[in-house]
Design a protein around this ligand. Sequence first.
Ligand SMILES: *Cc1c(COP(=O)(O)O)cnc(C)c1O
Length: 392
Amino acid sequence: MTLRNGKEFLMIPGPTNVPDEVLRAMHRPAIDIYEGPLLEATEYCQHGLKRLFRTEGKTYIYAANGHGAWDAALCNTLKRGDKILVLESGRFALGWGEAASVPGLNVEVLAGSWEEGVDPARLEDRLKQDAAHDIKAILVVQVDTASGVWNDIAGLRKAIDAAGHPALFMVDTIASLGCLPFEMDAWGVDVALTGSQKGLMCPPGLSFVAAGPKADKAHETADLRTNYTDWTFRQGPEHYEKYCGTPPEHLLFGFRRALELLFEEGLERVWHRHALLGEATRRAVAEWSREGAVRFNITDPHARANSVTVVRIEEADVAALRTFTKEVCGVTIGGTIGDLSGKGIRIAHMGHVNAVMLLGTLSAIELGFRKLGIPHGRGGIEAAMDYLAGAL
Ligand SMILES: *Cc1c(COP(=O)(O)O)cnc(C)c1O
């Protein structure tokens, strides 16, 4: 017997649920790329990206996923052989570092745990050792989707300043922009990037890079530039140059609508919604963790992200749990990846998510624990509701 028929939810940390309004905005014929509504959409999206990243810097739109934005950030600002420092706190900063080694950057990893955020003091120590300023860029993710960590970007900036180090500070906000606060200019971030398919509620296929003045300066002497990613070409006078060719029209119209939805709700309210849903999730997980097999992956409660919660489940059939929630209940939850593969679940609460979707998802998981005999503390849903009743 299944209870699957009905609206299905996709509660994985990307791609995420796409609002019907965004889907409808894309359902239109292709149009002229040299004049008309497309030019206005580009204008709106580039300006909207500044509002999202909170920057006066330049913004670029790529017909690419997040990996494409990683390449664009690096190739536009660095030189072959430059040393970069990757701050580990999960899978994704490491992945960005692996991408950096392909065009010939010299990658050093500041090793870190997958159970806690990057420690600003360790970064400061490492930078102080680099008296010759060999390190040209520092790469970090705001939220790592594999570990569920929420790194303190402002705190890391302070550590860089305390060390008096001039390296470019680059932040991947793919799993956090449009979900929780990010302040590119106020926090002194030189390059920030994100993708369309997580907090921004769009289909995969677009990614975005924002560059501040220090990154612009570095761009002048960067020698890894490629035709497709090149910022100089993309600042040319012709509209098609902004995309280095035919713009991804339909995705742009969808993204434009998604930006409107975010701004109509209000960015601060969007962050607050994520904060409430994130905390409700954590209250449930805390109850489940009281006994049995379940625990948080991130040990420090302050470093748990409002966009995704990674839950470790020891000695249980995690695959069976995910199959149960999907096939019987109609909600897809994430499996853990990388070093945590098979060791737990990832509950996404990012993007187009409301209380019904979140409480339904948590309920399906708790139902799965019970049905499959996975030992857990009872009352997770009760705790989530108690919290929301007090917080709303
Ligand atoms: C999803 C994700 C990526 C990778 O994005 P793709 O679109 O799959 O290339 C990179 N960084 C973070 C933090 C992510 O969550």
